[in-house]
Design a protein around this ligand. Structure first.
Ligand code: CA
Length: 197
């Protein structure tokens, strides 16, 4: 029964994504397609590449903690990526497949979202609230994400759940998914940064 419920939930999850943003991303087993014309490095600063109307860097060379990933992204002119809309999310996940940027192991990509500042209140690092539920967040078994409570406070797109968002332990390693030009309002503890000129 649990297996059937899970299958139904997964179908509903995919349908929700499809109804919001078009077809769901391909399954992990799908062969990567050739790089599309949307890859326009000339419009972005390396190692960022153009995806949709934004510049992202998929840093698969080295796995880092969430804070280390932020610092690395900041060092190349941005911060961990944020996803405000369903279209952005779909475009990003599709291009992970299409550009051959699949994570090669069981790590995930870190995103710039956290509930470190206020447990259970998920916020993008630009200070905006993260949308909850489908189509952004995934599932672990019969449980909907985020489900890690105090132990898991950093957002990642989880390869084994078709790159839907999961909460993860900030101190564990993952790959940085950077977005060029982001100006963060949250520090590495999830607190609002006081900018003073
Ligand atoms: Ca948490």
């Amino acid at each position: 029964m649990a297996g059937r419920c899970l299958r139904v939930a997964l179908v509903l999850h995919s349908l929700a994504l499809a109804s919001c943003c078009g077809p769901p991303p391909p399954l992990d087993s799908a062969p990567p397609a050739p790089a599309p014309a949307t890859a326009s490095p000339a419009e972005c600063t390396e190692p960022h590449i153009k995806v949709g109307d934004k510049c992202y860097a998929f840093l698969l060379d080295f796995a880092r903690t969430w804070s280390e990933s932020r610092e690395y992204c900041q060092g190349i002119g941005g911060d961990l990526a944020i996803v405000h809309t369903c279209d952005e999310f779909t475009t990003l996940v599709r291009n992970i497949h299409m550009l051959g940027q699949e994570v090669p192991d069981r790590f995930s990509y870190w995103l710039g979202g956290t509930d470190l500042g206020d447990e259970g209140s998920w916020t993008w690092i630009d200070g905006t609230p993260m949308a909850m539920g489908v189509p952004f967040w995934g599932q672990a078994g019969d449980t909907f994400e985020p489900n890690g409570g105090d132990a898991q406070n950093c957002a990642q797109i989880y390869k084994d759940d078709r790159y839907f968002i999961h909460d993860g332990e900030c101190g564990k390693h993952g790959y940085a998914l950077c977005q060029e030009g982001l100006s963060a309002r949250l520090d590495n503890r999830g607190r609002i940064i006081n900018h003073r000129d």
